[in-house]
Design a protein around this ligand. Structure first.
Ligand SMILES: C[S@@+](CC[C@H](N)C(=O)[O-])C[C@H]1O[C@@H](n2cnc3c(N)ncnc32)[C@H](O)[C@@H]1O
Length: 418
């Protein structure tokens, strides 16, 4: 299950937003228990899936699979022992087989309780990545308001209200079946609710049975958080980055690549000591896809998986397919050369993208998915003027210029209105 910034429950962390915003004031914590929601309100979705239907809320996963990207759907299936290529047999031996049967015979109801939560902690963030949005970055929200891009900044998140945090903590600490909690900010490491929830789980002596997942922007470090994390069964850390060059400073504004690199190295060292699972989380856009191999190089050398949740979809003008043919070709050639110069004999689709033993094969798989996307996605270079208009607007406040970072695109950007 997921609890969004506004306190609304959703069925899955990958549930499609369908273009809607997650700021909708529908605070479920006060009105319905997560257990009731999970066991009863999700019955309709379970029935759809059990009868072989395709739910609209799964559309993001279907899109990923279409482009040969590993979807959340496929990963969750693997967790319960189901492999799509051996569907019938693996379903029969799935760890959840009896639970599927139960739901099938009871109109989608389940008697299980939640084992896995995605916990959205609000938008409190020190970063203002160009492709992010006010819902996920308070800094960007303030900037958007100043630039007249939004009238109002998003409302406070559920997790800014200590009473609601308290209520949700009670839900978690009274739930003996918890296995995995994934936190999302804002910048998780500096969000007070993150520390509050971790501390409560440690105090309730549940930490040793729970895995904590979260993503960081590599601009902050907290010894307190690290000491708490060490008490959990396992930690899965995502580190956001899409290029290790100076272009990072423009795209993941206002981070600074040398400092980001130092923090990255620190987490890698900690991974080596603690045996935690770490990944590089990339959100390549039309501004960075040609430099993706800088991240793959680092990942390859340090045996770190690289994962992107999705191909960027919104804002539309940041899509990789906004790059015109000529620039696309350069990115394609760079990726092709990089892939071909690495040895990977793996032919199987890697679903468990976090397995460090096959990190290098997984990197090749990720690189190949971007190459496929660059090769196959429809041309959307008609969106370039929108991109330029947007960048100019941000730059009017930030006093920087994209041409300092991507001088090779000057002619292209000028032709689109820069
Ligand atoms: C919103 S951030 C929050 C966590 C943390 N501040 C960070 O930077 O990792 C979570 C992830 O979403 C990615 N992201 C930001 N804007 C996005 C967009 N428009 N589409 C897809 N992913 C996006 C970020 O790059 C990051 O990896």
């Amino acid at each position: 299950m997921r609890i969004t910034n506004s306190g609304t429950y959703e069925s899955c962390r990958w549930q499609s937003k369908d273009g809607s915003t997650r700021v909708n004031f529908n605070n479920n914590i006060q009105t319905i228990s997560p257990l009731t929601y999970f066991q009863n309100n999700m019955s309709e979705l379970r029935t759809t899936l059990l009868t072989g239907g395709a739910s609209g809320v799964c559309s993001d996963c279907y899109t990923m699979e279409k482009h040969d990207k590993i979807s959340g759907r496929q990963r969750q299936l693997l967790k319960v022992g189901i492999q799509e290529q051996y569907f019938e047999k693996s379903l029969a031996s799935s760890t959840l087989r009896s639970a599927f049967d139960y739901s099938n015979n009871n109109q989608g109801h389940t008697d299980r309780s939640v084992t896995d939560w995605q916990i959205d902690l609000g938008n409190y963030c020190n970063g203002a990545c160009v492709y992010c949005n006010p819902e996920n970055s308070s800094r960007l929200a303030t900037e958007f308001q100043k630039l007249g891009l939004i009238d109002q900044i998003p409302p406070l998140a559920w997790c800014d209200d200590p009473d609601l945090v308290d209520q949700f903590v009670k839900v978690l600490t009274s739930s003996p079946t918890l296995q995995y909690l994934h936190f999302l900010g804002g910048e998780t490491v500096i969000t007070p609710g993150f520390k509050t929830i971790l501390t409560a789980l440690v105090d309730a002596k549940l930490a040793q049975d729970i895995t904590i997942g979260f993503t960081t922007n590599l601009t902050v470090w907290s010894d307190d958080i690290i000491e708490l994390l060490k008490q959990f069964q396992q930690v899965n850390l995502g580190m956001s980055i899409e290029t290790l060059t100076r272009v990072n400073d423009y795209v993941r504004y206002p981070s600074e690549i040398n400092s980001v690199q130092r923090t990255l190295n620190r987490w890698v060292e900690l991974r080596n000591q603690q045996d935690w699972l770490i990944q590089l989380r990339i959100t390549p856009t039309c501004l960075t896809v040609h430099e993706l191999t800088t991240v793959y190089d680092y990942a390859w050398q340090n045996n770190i998986a690289v994962e992107s949740c999705n191909f960027i979809d919104n804002p539309k003008f940041f899509r990789i397919s906004v790059l015109p043919k000529k620039q696309r070709k350069i990115a394609q050639d760079t990726l092709t050369e990089w892939i071909q110069s690495r040895n990977s004999n793996n032919k199987d689709k890697i679903i468990n993208t976090r397995d460090p033993n096959i990190a290098q094969d997984q990197i090749i798989q990720d690189a190949t998915s971007y190459l496929n996307y660059l090769t196959l996605a429809d041309d959307e270079s008609n969106r370039l003027p929108d991109l330029i208009a947007y960048l100019k607007k941000l730059e009017s406040n930030r006093k920087n210029t994209i041409l300092d970072y991507l001088p090779q695109y000057e002619q292209l950007f000028r032709s689109a209105g820069y």
